[in-house]
Design a protein around this ligand. Sequence first.
Ligand SMILES: [Zn+2]
Length: 172
Amino acid sequence: MQKLEHEPCPFCKKKTLSLTEDEVDIPYFGKCFLFSMQCSSCKYFKSDVEAAERKEPIRYTLEVNSTKDMNIRIVKSSEATIKIPQLKVEVTPGPASEGYITNVEGVLQRFKKQIGQERDNADDDEVREKAKSLLKKFWKVECGDVAVKIVIEDPSGNSAIVSEKAKIEQLK
Ligand SMILES: [Zn+2]
């Protein structure tokens, strides 16, 4: 891993930015680079992942139906959209989106964290109840009791669901 410290931060301009670059070899996907930027003054954080090889726009669909599936590797770049249509949740690319390498469990946890925050910040009882019941559904997915499809679409091609079970299509 390479690390640069005391770089100027693009936001607060202080020389407190750390940059890291890591090389990761993902089976069936290839070599990729994991970048991150972190400022200790203003807490700015950004991470992304990029394949060493040029990739085509792609869509992955994975049916998650057992606890074993929780360990399936997922590479998500900052340009990817990730969604679970049955649960009506999605993360779309934007200025704050991050790229990372995780697994199915990690993806579910990120969604749960976001829904948990919505629940905690909601003034409206109805919104809170909805968030609660959605969290219960995620729990059932994690236990393998409810099957859902996870879809990742990435016009940059820098994302992947690394599993023989995943359906791969070209994204138009
Ligand atoms: Zn800063």
